[in-house]
Design a binder for this molecule. Sequence first.
Ligand code: UD1
Length: 418
Amino acid sequence: MDKVRIIGGTPLRGSIEVSGSKNAALPILISSILSESKCVFRRVPDLQDINTTFQLLGHLGMEVDWDPSRSQVALSSPKAISVDAPYDLVRKMRASVVVLGPLLARYGRAKVSLPGGCAIGARPINYHLTALEKLGAKIELEGGYVIASARKLKGARVGLEFPSVGATENAMMAATLAEGETLLENCAKEPEIIDLARALRAMGAKIEGEGTEAIRLQGVTSLQGCDYPIMGDRIEAGTYLAAGLATEGEVRIDGLEPADLESVLVKFEEAGARITRGQGFIGLAAAGRPRATDVTTLPFPGFPTDMQAQFMALMAIADGTSLIKETIFENRFMHVPELTRLGADITIRGNTAVIRGKSGLKGAPLMATDLRASASLVIGGLCAQGETIVNRVYHLDRGYEHLERKLGALGARIERIK
Ligand code: UD1
């Protein structure tokens, strides 16, 4: 199993470009199920989760023509398709459950494995199912599978209990081909939702209001092909910015809109960074050791849970004591015991971590547990004196394209050991 070896202590300097967003790409690639002709997507990152999505689409019978060297894929679905997403694929990647909406809308039937728990919490899909039921789907649970059917979905008013990202995506995709008008309320407002709406519109869907809590759709009879570039990855950008600040460096990240990361940029500023917001780029310059700053994770536009672990690594070396409260996932502190191995002083009280910043961490062998936790360990390693080995790097490969190459370009001493 691959490992990453880091020799810490070098301030990061320079500029890099982010890849296309993983979390935007997953539902957008899946949305091609809805289209009757070929969809071309550009700026698709070459990541494990993207490969799992291609396996899933291939399993459903779609044609997948993937060219990783150009970050481009062409997807076409035949008239008849398998509608079954098996446990093996859904277990590998929970986001697979968003095939439910498009399969139901286009083919009237879907059989999708229940995802089960994952490292960061129980993560049920009840909001997805309730929303699809309101659109007229009949849902049954049988042998660990969701079996959904509908002769024709019907537009409706659908209020989500919580602004779940996945449930908003599932409901949006289902409603594109439903009969009549759908009003989705209490929607997630994440930038990835906006990107999905734009991709669907490029296919001919009638949607408005994405990025607000109410999304209105007029069902159309069919969707067509498109040629669509995926947005830049704001979480990847935030991770490299956190690494720049933690190592007291100066970095510029190209390829995304600063507004998509505003809640995180504000926290970097509170921690002492000088931030430049440009068109399509963000600059960060550290002014000495970061200051302790409290954070609470919330749905967008709040501070993203996907940046919580990386921010904690930053706070581990900050001047002062900070509190980080996690309100989205109940078990998302798996990085804490590993950061402690580097000498960090962190205690957990319920859903809040108390971090007493220390000026020096020391390198150690560490175990990655989930995607963003792994990124926080890399940041810890980049600050720590001496050698840090991060084991189980496959977690990082799910979400960070060319991680060592990009950090290397910023001057980090990092290599992959096969
Ligand atoms: C997406 C992101 C993930 C991010 C999360 C929150 C993708 C592929 N993943 O995950 O990286 O951390 O948004 O920003 O885009 N919940 C339920 N029932 C449901 C659905 C969700 O109880 O039917 C709960 C979840 O367990 C969690 C919370 O709601 O506690 C938020 O989940 P949700 O917004 O749905 O996250 P995902 O779409 O799974």
